[in-house]
Design a protein around this ligand. Structure first.
Ligand SMILES: Cc1ncc(COP(=O)(O)O)c(C=O)c1O
Length: 441
């Protein structure tokens, strides 16, 4: 594209956008199992109204935009209540990755200031989200990965053995993305506390759902600020908080600790500069929409959606376990889970599902398919299970051969040279961001 010599009409532009969007994955129809958390047309309308009303506002300027200052304060206050500590402090960020980046930076800078640590390390169970590796790379922190147990939860003994005088942060997830299990947070946090090390709980997925799952009467393993030793928690509004994308909260038990998150520069000719999180300008629409949906849904709305999500998850899991050759891995705590097979090539099952229009994510170690359940999936449980049974049958009878994406994923999973696999990923990113006709391998 080059800049059109003469501007197009609003109608023309909108119809081009609608046409392009119509070719995206069918998330409204529940055909994808990640990326979008759709809570219905009414919620969508609320988000759109709030976002567009605040479209020009900028969270960088709380003096000019008292509206955003108030919305952010109230979102953070609400998060504090949901996460089990009324006095918790926090900020809104653009998403889980930025919240995690802030948690790692705060731990690194606090440890440098308070303990003189100059070669920081953080301990991350292998299930921790890649955002921790990204943060570590950006911030010059070494990641020490630790294994998980047979129950797909962090191995506490391995974490204890990995602690050194350079450890600046210990991590647990509630739940982790790959297996949907909540790590043993009380044990991890106790270890951290005993060694005077901060402990971060990544509740990007669970932060705005687990509180309501617990209120519904499910037994939820302890994971929030009610657990002593938990220093910070990331919780994403734009996941199960059902906000518009670009909204997360990073929360801290202690205000003095949180000060290490902030950035200040005093010598710029442009004036004194302070910024609480990574980004400079911050889209006010995302902040206003996150505030709006909390108020629109309220406790009863979130409880209703949590019930739909948990009921749908159970029905899907029972249905998958009833299909010959397939089983859910472990005992997932929430609504995110993998399933695998001891007898079928699970990636080939994934390929067959693709041909039916479903797009489950592929996972490795062990090879599995991954589902992240949202309210929209309530409507497609039976057709999905029927297609999954048919996909499994096709692979069992050899009608669907391992090939295509299945072969590619199978090969990458087994390649011992992980640097070469990272090269494949970077080359793919290069193509995706420079050739509009390129697709995923
Ligand atoms: C457990 C967990 N943490 C962090 C993230 C990163 O969040 P984001 O994609 O909003 O940056 C995700 C994303 O799925 C996640 O599942």
């Amino acid at each position: 594209m080059t800049l059109p010599a003469k501007g197009k009409s609003r109608e023309e532009i909108y119809s081009e956008i609608k046409e392009a969007l119509s070719r995206d994955a069918d998330w409204r129809g529940g055909k994808i199992w990640s990326l979008v958390y759709f809570a219905g047309e009414d919620v969508s309308d609320v988000l759109r109204d709030a976002y567009s009303a605040a479209i020009y506002t900028n969270g960088l300027g709380p003096g000019a935009f008292k509206s955003l200052k108030r919305f952010e304060y109230e979102v953070v206050q609400t998060a504090a209540g949901l996460l089990g500590l009324e006095g918790a402090v926090g900020n809104m960020t653009s998403g889980g990755t930025e919240s995690i980046l802030m948690a790692v930076k705060t731990a690194r800078d606090w440890s440098r200031a308070e303990k003189g640590i100059s070669e920081p390390e953080m301990i991350a169970p292998v299930t921790a989200h890649p955002a921790f590796y990204k943060s570590a790379q950006y911030l010059g922190v070494k990641v020490v990965p630790t294994p998980i147990g047979d129950d797909f939860r962090a191995d506490v003994g391995a974490i204890e053995a990995a602690i050194t005088p350079n450890t600046v942060l210990v991590i647990g997830s509630a739940p982790n993305y790959p297996y949907g299990t909540i790590d043993p947070i009380p044990e991890i946090a106790a270890l951290a506390q005993k060694n005077n090390i901060p402990c971060h709980v990544d509740a990007c997925l669970g932060g705005y759902l687990l509180p309501f799952v617990e209120r519904l009467g499910y037994e939820v393993r302890p994971w929030d600020f009610r657990v002593p030793g938990v220093s910070s928690i990331s919780a994403d509004n734009h996941k199960y908080g059902f906000a518009a994308r670009g909204a997360s909260t990073i929360m801290y038990r202690d205000a003095a600790y949180r000060r290490h998150q902030f950035f200040a520069y005093s010598d710029w000719p442009g004036g004194l500069y302070g910024s609480p999180t990574m980004t400079g300008s911050r889209p006010g629409g995302a902040i206003a929409a996150a505030w709006a949906v909390l108020n629109y849904l309220g406790e009863d709305g979130y409880m209703r959606l949590a019930k739909v999500i948990m009921d749908t998850t159970r029905t899907l899991q029972d249905g998958i376990n009833a299909i010959d050759g397939l089983h859910v891995l472990g005992d997932p705590d929430m609504s995110v889970f993998p399933f695998a097979s001891d007898s079928l090539d699970i990636y080939a099952v994934g390929d067959a599902l693709d041909t039916f229009g479903w797009h489950p994510d592929r996972q490795q170690n062990p090879a599995s398919l991954h589902l992240m359940v949202t309210p929209v999936h309530e409507t497609i449980v039976q057709p999905f299970l029927a297609d999954l049974a048919e996909a499994a049958r096709k692979v069992r009878t050899g009608e669907q051969a391992p090939g295509g994406r299945a072969a590619f994923y199978g090969m990458l999973e087994k390649m011992p040279d992980r640097g070469a696999v990272r090269d494949v990923i970077v080359t793919t990113l290069e193509k995706l961001t420079s050739d509009p006709n390129s697709g995923l391998p």
